[in-house]
Design a protein around this ligand. Sequence first.
Ligand code: G6P
Length: 311
Amino acid sequence: MSRPIILGIVGDSAAGKTTLTRGIAQVLGPENVTIICTDDYHKYDRKQRAEIGITALHPDCNHLDIMQQHLSLLRTGQPILKPVYSHTTGTFEAPVYVKPNKFVIVEGLLGYSTRAARDCYDVKVYLAPPESIRANWKVKRDTQKRGYTEEQVLAELEKREPDSEQFIRPQRQWSDIVVSFYPPSDDINNTNGHLNVRLVLRPTIPHPDFTKILDFCDNTVSAIRLGLDRDMGKPVDVLEVDGHATLEQVNKLEHLICSDMPYLKNVCNREVNPEIGKVAGTTGETIQSYPLAITQLLTTYHILKATQIYQ
Ligand code: G6P
């Protein structure tokens, strides 16, 4: 059976969804990817939300039923007429005709909030940076790109917190991979832009055999670590990659992920795909982030695994 492969990237506002989505699309080849942002399914525009006193994070503020219908249509390769919400004006624009490419990335706030929606994804990622980092990212994005003042963003974060707690964060439990970028303990304010990543790997999908890491890493002091933990009460594997890992260490890890899927080597080869792992730094320049590169590679691994089954 041939159908599009659907990847979900869910997380709170300014958790890094768009950065990760763009990075993965870059690895897969932008021409092969359709990106859907579920903000387009907001039920009310900015003015109406303020009048009613509801936040964009509340399920009642979104046409989740239509989002769900559209996800099932995309999954079977059918086109949709997608609504469009403009973050610039806070209003809706004319809907657009969208036909799914080989891969569909669905990013947004409430993508895993209903059973029927969850059933549409092949791979589910949840982004969970520490709240202090997310607040910094939100202030930076919303002041630079969406015309808000810092005070407005901080007030909005506070107003939204109850909905974040009740509706956004619980979705973590449905994900196959939880991604948390976080600053190293000796650079808590993240001044040099190099974040570590903690990847929670749930046994809901088969991951590469990371135990081989133990052959080339001293598991307690190395920049790449594998461990066991509990997440939302369930046992999980945890892979951590530090921002200061060396290229040699990262190459070994990449080799391990690619070992049972040679095609992935080409897709994720830095010479073929120099953009892999590139992220916008704090001052606008791009920096090479190995933790981001590994996250992109692992997600791509799972997408291609699904492709082997369904395409
Ligand atoms: C947050 C979310 C967006 C959402 C928006 C609505 O910023 O990250 O995804 O669409 O809230 O609020 P707005 O600022 O557009 O009124």
